[in-house]
Design a protein around this ligand. Structure first.
Ligand code: ARG
Length: 561
């Protein structure tokens, strides 16, 4: 029962959508005036009337009912009063009736969304730069599934290019099988870094690397075997991280999967007269659209990242018949996506409009950034483990007698990493700070988890509670119920804007309102049995809603903390 939504639905202004109305409705600072208000200034232009007259006219049209029970027009604002008893009662009823499905819907029924995320590079470190794409993509996967869409998670592996020739060259010169088996990605990365260091003095290594890559492409047995082995080692290594972050994929078809699927695209481009030669390369000119040319084939005839992405998009359309295909990739690649989306459009693929680049900002650690080539890279696994360790220390200090401290520390530590990456609007650059993400009193996951543990403890002490009537309500109770009631719409908006941060912020807001309620109202020691039951129900509803929200973000909640 989302009251803003109810009000928006009861209003009709030509040229203004329900969603716009919904977003305009605010909560006035002073509840004397009303519980919700609609400022009418924005409509003055469309309706060619003063805001005061618009508010007056809207008021006269508005039909009140048992929930939105009063409406008034004041100084260009339309103010609404809500029957709180009915509101709180319906909110709780809905949460209990829907339980783990509270917030879900079937708006996506019959629709498919492909999500290209994480998309790591083989034999390269899974570093903190891959954190956002992994957790954003994972959250979008769960959010869209929750709304009834068929989500297809795709890890578009970076498993193509001369770097694999370099690795083979390095391995054959310096590699020891057992060490690589043991060291996984780290050992492979060391080989890669060493190759770059030594190739500075031995430029012939570069030629050798190119030759090895050619051999992979030509299907040379030994080279292919090494290549697959590197891939296997990498995937085995990252599996641990995916498990910790609760991330899953339906497909691991990476760049090399499209080696034999690019020719038809190139042929079609040629047939349609879109390819032109430029310094020996085959390109699609995009000057008209204010972009540099999209290179399709290099002068030696080899393909590019964009060529493989075009083949991949075409393959996904044919295989999954998607309604949307999302690419959760850093904004550094903005141009790349704009270019190949445009080229597909020029080819006449009407579905090119359904390709969406979900761009996000950079994550750096407080200590500084990283580079794969020089080797001073921050492994995501190390960041996660450090967070778990720090969480353990804090929990141990606060509650040394807690059972399952490891289990709780894992949820808190992993949650801190995920939440740290999801809390801000995705396009913002973030500087990751251990102290900030693990602050018990901040806008953090641990704050929410701690609040949930508090709710849990109240519920355990309270035991099963009986029926209740909605008692006379205090401000903290109403505020909490209001916060809980917007969850379904929050999930919907998070999906529309590809912004899991909405859900993260929602959770913090609910937690803050619950804590206010917890300190303002006696729950277990309430004077009347009816009031106690009602407050326990409100506590239970809070726990349910926060659990649902955190599940969408991929964060677990410890029973006790
Ligand atoms: N592997 C690439 C990188 O790490 C990201 C790939 C994103 N997906 C895509 N279809 N281009 O930069």
């Amino acid at each position: 029962m989302d009251y803003k939504k109810l009000i928006a639905e009861k209003l009709q202004i030509e040229g203004v959508s329900q969603q716009e109305l919904y977003e305009l409705i605010t909560v006035p600072p002073n509840t004397e005036m009303g519980d919700y208000a609609l400022p009418c200034f924005k409509f003055a232009k469309i309706m060619r009337k003063s805001p005061v007259m618009i508010a007056e006219a809207l008021k006269n049209e508005f039909v009140t009912d048992e929930t939105v029970c009063e409406v008034s027009a004041v100084n260009g604002y339309l103010n609404f009063k809500i029957d709180k008893t009915a509101f709180v009662s319906r909110t709780l009823e809905k949460i209990f009736a829907e339980g783990a499905c509270y917030g879900a819907s079937n708006e996506g029924q019959g629709k498919t969304v492909c999500i290209d995320y994480s998309s790591i590079n083989i034999a390269k470190p899974f570093h903190i730069g891959h954190l956002s794409t992994t957790v954003l993509g994972g959250a979008l996967y769960r959010i869209l599934s929750f709304l009834g869409y068929r989500a297809v998670g795709i890890n578009h592996l970076g498993d193509y290019g001369t770097q694999f020739g370099k690795l083979i060259s390095a391995y054959k010169r310096w590699g020891v099988k057992e060490e690589i088996e043991r060291g996984g990605i780290r050992a492979l990365n060391e080989l890669y870094v060493r190759f770059h260091r030594e190739a500075e003095e031995h430029p012939e290594y570069e030629d050798e690397a190119r030759a090895y890559f050619k051999k992979i492409e030509q299907g040379d047995e030994e080279c292919l075997k090494l290549f697959h082995w590197f891939k296997e080692l990498t995937l085995k290594d990252v599996e641990k991280i995916y498990e910790l972050l609760d991330i899953h994929f339906d497909s691991y078809a990476g760049e090399s999967f499209y080696s034999d699927k690019m020719q038809p695209i190139v042929d079609e481009l040629r047939e349609k007269g879109l390819l032109v030669e430029s310094r020996g390369a085959q390109v699609v000119d995009l000057e008209e659209y204010g972009m540099s040319p999209c290179i399709i084939l290099k002068s030696d005839g080899s393909s590019l990242y964009a060529t493989r992405d075009m083949a991949a998009a075409d393959y996904r359309k044919k295989t999954y018949d998607f309604d949307k295909c999302l690419y959760v990739v850093a904004y550094q690649q903005n141009l790349h996506f704009k270019q190949f989306f445009k080229v597909l459009e020029l080819m006449g693929k009407e579905w090119a409009k359904d390709l969406v680049h979900v761009a996000y900002g950079m994550v750096s650690l407080e200590e500084g950034t990283m580079s794969t080539r020089k080797g001073n890279v921050v492994f995501l696994e190390d960041v996660i483990n450090k967070c778990i360790e720090k969480a353990y220390t804090i929990i141990d200090e606060k509650n040394p007698d807690l059972e399952n401290k490891e289990e709780a520390a894992k949820k808190v530590g992993v949650g801190a990493v995920i939440f740290g990456a999801l809390y801000n609007s995705k396009i913002k650059d973030i500087v990751f700070s251990y102290d900030k993400v693990l602050n018990f009193d901040g806008e953090t996951s641990v704050y929410v988890q701690y609040t949930c543990a508090r709710a849990n403890s109240v519920l355990q002490k309270g035991g099963a509670f009986g029926d209740y009537q909605i008692p006379e309500l205090c401000a903290a109770e109403i505020e909490l119920a209001k916060a809980l009631s917007v969850f379904p719409n929050t999930v919907k908006e998070a999906a529309e804007k590809y912004e899991p941060s909405y859900i993260a912020r929602f959770a913090v807001d609910v937690a803050q309102k619950f804590n206010k309620f917890y300190f303002d109202c006696k729950i277990l020691s309430a004077e009347e049995e009816n009031v106690k039951n009602f407050r326990l129900a409100l506590t239970q509803a809070t726990k349910q809603t926060l659990t649902n929200a955190f599940k969408l973000l991929g964060i677990g909640i410890p029973e006790k903390m």
